[in-house]
Write a new protein. Structure first.
Length: 352
């Protein structure tokens, strides 16, 4: 209310406050009792303290008026053996009103400042996400080209290379692939944090979807001679989800299970209905597990535990955080159970 910025509006506010207090005082006077109580005299002080464009001067003037009105109504409606008593009561009330108003005003000013800081932080966060998105996208193309050229060298020219050259090209391929994976995760984070994630959710059969995910990751798991076992008694189950983003979730969880599982082991993928008939997917490994004191680190960006992949695989610390955001966007839940040296069970639930 911009009118409070000029003197006329301040006088108007004080006049309204005075009329309100005078009405309360008249009620006290004619009833001969404290029917209005302390709360009613504090109402104008309360609203002035909360108003964004108010100030301490208005609050002080208002508290003086409130104390005087209460003093007058009390003095002329009651008998006192000593005039000092109502004067003393008025002074006490004045300081009570003033303390209440000033403290509430200070708290409200802090709240205003926090709101402004939050707005500024949101603007900076938007700028940061925009910059990360642009930078990651621009860097992705040349790294993708490097990865493609290394593929070409390996497939078409490996016979003309000595062992050292093959090793160098293989190293280039590995680094470029890891870099592309990191950039993809960073771009996902940027989209999620900026609120530009565009889910294309529609009802589809989840069982063929999860079977495909297990099949694709079985190829990766073969390098460590790990067997992926899909366990479900559901032949079909139609549910709303975005196949593209849900692929990212299952890929993150299955990749992590493979990374942190020992060679020649098994990973169970269980799909079932929970007690509320919602779809539950569990990915259970018998790998290294996660220390209890480090459980709080998971699902946060760039957080890693002391548990290391069993074959030196690379980890960005972004996969679980991204998965949680995607599941939340599906109005689902994701969590885990893990014990050191006994493996982990990462699971998510999608509501029917």
């Amino acid at each position: 209310m911009k009118l409070l910025n000029n003197n006329f509006s301040k006088i108007t506010i004080l006049a309204i406050s005075f009329l309100f207090l005078a009405t309360v005082g008249l009620i006290d006077y004619f009833t001969g009792s404290e029917i209005s109580l302390l709360f009613f005299y504090l109402i104008p002080v309360f609203f002035l303290s909360l108003h964004r464009n108010s100030n301490k001067t208005l609050i002080v003037i208002n508290t003086i008026i409130a104390a005087i009105v209460w003093f007058v109504s009390e003095y002329f409606s009651r008998e006192y053996t000593n005039d000092v008593i109502p004067v003393w009561n008025a002074l006490v009330r004045f300081f009570i009103f003033l303390s209440f108003g000033v403290l509430l005003r200070l708290l409200n000013e802090r709240l205003f400042k926090l709101e402004e800081l939050n707005k500024q932080l949101n603007r900076l966060n938007e700028e940061k996400n925009r910059f990360i998105g642009i930078a990651s996208h621009d860097i992705k193309n040349p790294i993708g080209t490097i990865s493609s050229f290394s593929d070409l060298l390996i497939s078409d020219f490996s016979n003309n290379m000595d062992d050292e050259a093959k090793e160098i090209v293989g190293y280039i391929k590995e680094l470029s692939t890891n870099s592309l994976h990191i950039l993809k995760n960073v771009l996902d984070v940027s989209k999620i944090e900026s609120g530009t994630i565009d889910l294309k959710i529609h009802k589809q059969d989840y069982i063929p979807f999860i079977k495909r995910q297990v099949f694709y990751h079985q190829i990766i798991a073969k390098k460590k001679n790990i067997q992926l076992n899909l366990e479900t008694n559901l032949e079909e189950f139609f549910i709303d989800f975005d196949e593209n983003y849900m692929t990212e979730v299952t890929s993150n969880l299955l990749s992590n299970a493979i990374k942190f599982s020992n060679k020649n082991s098994e990973i169970a993928i269980k799909v079932s209905l929970d007690e509320n008939e919602n779809l539950k997917t569990e990915i259970i490994d018998s790998g290294k597990g996660i220390p209890k004191e480090e459980h709080h680190k998971l699902f946060n960006y760039f957080q890693r535990t002391t548990t290391q992949p069993t074959a030196g695989e690379h980890s960005t610390g972004l996969g679980l955080a991204i998965s949680k955001k995607i599941i939340n966007e599906h109005n689902g839940t994701i969590d885990f159970i893990s014990e050191l040296n006994k493996g982990s069970n990462f699971y998510f639930v999608l509501k029917k």
